[in-house]
Design a protein around this ligand. Structure first.
Ligand code: RP5
Length: 174
């Protein structure tokens, strides 16, 4: 058994600049992961083999990113019985709407939890939230993350009050 809690799969290495954010967050939270390029159509045998052995390998959640008529998350979900999170990647056409709809509109019976277009950060956070239901340490880290995020927004509103919106925008531009 491999020690991989979250598998991050993408249909092409051209998805990596977006999916990198998922990997960064998982690493920041100390969640063991591995990343692979596997396609539902270009490497269907390898995708099948990987998805079918993922439970045995200890994987709890799979995050799958794909662009175009992106059936990768649904195909993986058909073979992997634990949570699959789909990340629609914005490709060269249709602003990523093709990818979003092909991932989010799974027919009943095989769910794929779908984040927004290029929503790689939320995919990692959702996977961590799923794992945190049975991992108190991870739940603590999530709370700390949210507190830091909240403080950063509150700092911004204070700064906006102090500087006024015009100066604030000038500072933002620098
Ligand atoms: C999808 O096709 C991949 O997920 C990628 O987003 C898209 C384009 O792939 P490349 O032609 O860049 O390899 O399967």
């Amino acid at each position: 058994m491999k020690n991989v809690t979250v598998s991050v799969i993408m249909g092409s290495d051209s998805d990596l600049p977006i999916m990198k954010v998922t990997l960064d967050i998982l690493n920041d939270f100390g969640v063991s992961n591995e990343v692979l390029v596997l396609s539902a159509h270009r490497t269907y045998e390898a995708t099948r083999e990987y998805a079918l052995s993922a439970v045995e390998n200890g994987t709890k959640v799979i995050i799958a990113g794909a662009g175009g008529a992106a059936h990768l998350p649904g195909v993986i979900a058909a073979m992997f019985p634990l949570p699959v999170i789909g990340v629609p990647i914005k490709g060269k056409s249709l602003d990523g709407l093709d990818s979003l709809l092909s991932i989010v509109q799974m027919p009943p019976g095989i769910p794929v939890a779908t984040v927004g277009i290029n929503g790689a950060k939320n995919a990692a956070l959702l996977a961590i939230q799923i794992l945190a239901t049975s991992d108190k340490e991870l739940a603590k880290k999530l709370n700390a993350f949210r507190t830091k995020q909240k403080d950063s927004v509150l700092e911004k509103t204070e700064k906006l009050k102090t500087l006024g919106y015009e100066k604030y925008l000038e500072v933002l531009k620098k």
